[in-house]
Design a protein around this ligand. Structure first.
Ligand code: BGC
Length: 332
């Protein structure tokens, strides 16, 4: 395992490279994955320019919280109380508001465990931050094993009062740094997907139409122009897939390119999949490509939209949720 650290302005990056050829570059800003590389190839995308990446409205690799997804009109009704939360997406609150966890500096600690290295990020979010109740104490742990090509993220959450938290990782995968992810094959173990109104407010789960059915792996681009997707004006995928009652030991999603495969494991009950539908076309990425339509696929394990019971953290309990990405090489 080699560990390197570098800074850019106020940002501190740490890069861990293990014996399997997996290299993970993390940043204290947004407790983020800036980049994952495997055997020298980019597995994720992000702006090459670190200042641009910091300000990015695409959340490339950042930790999202307090609440992944949209709260329509910023109206959070929770335990009989109304909370007005920050509206940063038209009238909606998206991904926890404009000072959500993605845009905050975390404290960092590197812990050497017997079988690998953990990079831990800590944040205390004051009661009332962005309108949400309870003071929240979050630890985001990235574990990189000595020899295996996997990255495990654990979120450890505490709160001073009962509060909903839906924390995820907004990494965009593109296995090998292609111009678009459209030719890479996606599998998702889900039969139902969330439906939305024209402002992307969630309406509930329904059996997936064919274009949202990835039970048999298919190219991301195959049905991406389907009229069903045009109805919600999403220009691609921006849907929540239901994984209820899955076995966390089984991969619930895989993405596969000619060079590599990523298998995703988690104990979250749903997956938000977003295909970079609003790229900033002039932005240069870490892959050397300009950010084009469908440049990457954010595959975000989450609680179901509006499942506040699932999201709840009780006062002073320590709640844990985890996500793991496992990479396999398809090259000789
Ligand atoms: C959401 C998209 C949003 C994007 C922002 C995704 O998680 O599902 O609707 O535009 O994040 O980068």
């Amino acid at each position: 395992m080699t560990l390197e650290s570098f800074s850019k302005g106020a940002l501190t990056f740490i890069r861990a490279t293990n014996a399997s050829g997996l290299s993970v570059t993390l940043c204290d800003f947004g407790a983020a994955i800036y980049e994952i590389r495997f055997k020298g190839r980019a597995m994720t995308i992000a702006e090459k320019d670190l200042e641009e990446w910091k300000a990015s409205s695409s959340y490339f690799g950042k930790t999202v919280g307090r609440m992944a997804g949209r709260i329509p009109n910023g109206d959070l009704d929770y335990l009989g109380k109304h909370h007005k939360v920050d509206a940063n997406d038209g009238t909606n609150c998206l991904h926890g508001g404009k000072e959500g966890f993605s845009f905050l500096p975390f404290k960092m600690d590197v812990v050497h465990l017997g079988n690998g290295v953990s990079v831990d990020y800590y944040l205390v979010s004051k009661a009332g931050a962005m309108g949400f109740p309870g003071e929240v104490d979050l630890r985001v742990r990235y574990f990189i094993p000595e020899n295996e090509s996997s990255l495990k993220i654990t979120y450890e959450m505490k709160s001073s009062e009962q509060t909903p938290l839906n924390i995820t990782c907004h990494a965009y995968f593109n296995l090998g740094g292609d111009a678009t992810v459209e030719n890479q094959k996606l599998y998702v173990k889900a039969e139902e997907t969330e439906h939305y109104d024209e402002h992307l407010a969630p309406l509930g789960f329904q059996k997936s139409p064919e274009c949202l059915n990835f039970l048999t792996p298919k190219a991301v681009g195959r049905d991406i122009g389907d009229p069903f997707l045009q109805k919600s004006k999403t220009l691609g995928y921006d849907h929540c897939f239901l994984l209820e009652n899955h076995d966390p030991k089984e991969a619930i999603a895989t993405l596969e390119s000619p060079v590599a495969k990523m298998s995703l494991f988690t104990d979250y009950p749903a997956l938000q999949i977003y295909s970079d539908n609003y790229p900033r076309l002039t932005h240069l990425l870490n892959t050397g490509m300009k950010e084009g339509l469908h440049a990457g696929l954010a595959i975000e394990p989450v609680f179901k939209p509006k499942d506040f019971r699932g999201m709840t953290v009780l006062p002073y309990e320590t709640k844990k949720m985890w996500i793991e990405y496992v990479f396999t090489s398809k090259e000789a």
